[in-house]
Design a protein around this ligand. Structure first.
Ligand SMILES: C[S@@+](CC[C@H](N)C(=O)[O-])C[C@H]1O[C@@H](n2cnc3c(N)ncnc32)[C@H](O)[C@@H]1O
Length: 193
């Protein structure tokens, strides 16, 4: 998939122009510290919220146009947005983060790339670190329609991180963007030390 072309055409249907309500709620309720990584950050709303919330956050996206648009939207933190591939992160990103924030990066990936996603998290999140995810479990697709967003069951999520991570929080959030009510799951995983 050519993500940059999608940005160049302005077809960013997933972009809500604001940080994810369940992510905001989680960070407001749970004191969170440490260098924070937002893979597939797009226009960077979760990065901006994390920084405003006191976190030392970096957003990564494979689409240069998406990153340029994030920098234009949030010029005061432009240096926090970087172009790169989660599946082959730059040396300075490897093992660099205590926290990863997941919001619709995973659900944009075809299922065959999920193992690469997990590997990207393993390469960037330190042992003992937290993967705080708002996982888009049940996108509203028509019968027979294929994503993105790709349907991703709770069982798929459990299986993907069964080995080397423990679940520390897990619930269906009571806040959501309009149309996503009941379709997302907050699951927070701690990487084994
Ligand atoms: C569905 S969009 C979500 C964007 C943003 N998280 C949001 O909620 O608005 C998925 C994003 O992941 C990015 N992406 C896809 N594969 C990637 C990879 N291998 N490394 C980094 N970013 C990637 C895409 O360019 C796109 O911006």
């Amino acid at each position: 998939m050519d993500w940059d072309e999608i940005y160049r055409k302005g077809e960013v249907f997933w972009n809500k122009g604001a940080p994810s309500p369940p992510m905001k709620q989680y960070l407001e309720r749970h004191p969170t510290r440490g260098r924070t990584f937002v893979p597939g950050c797009g226009h960077g709303h979760e990065v901006a919220f994390a920084v405003a919330h006191g976190l030392d956050a970096t957003g990564l996206d494979i689409a240069p146009t998406g990153i340029a648009e994030a920098q234009a939207l949030y010029p005061q933190i432009a240096e926090r947005f970087v172009v790169g591939d989660l599946f082959n992160p730059a040396v300075e990103l490897r093992g660099a983060f205590e926290v990863v924030l997941e919001h619709t990066c995973m659900s944009g990936l075809p299922p065959k790339l999920r193992a690469d996603y997990r590997r990207g998290i393993d390469l960037t999140l330190r042992p003992g670190g937290l993967l705080i995810g708002v996982w888009f479990i049940n996108p509203d697709l028509d019968p027979g329609e294929e994503g993105p967003p790709f349907p991703f069951s709770v069982a798929d999520l459990t299986a993907l991180f069964a080995d080397g991570y423990e679940i520390v929080d897990d619930y269906v959030p009571d806040v959501a963007f309009g149309g996503r009510e009941g379709r997302e799951r907050v699951r927070v995983l701690r990487r084994a030390s």
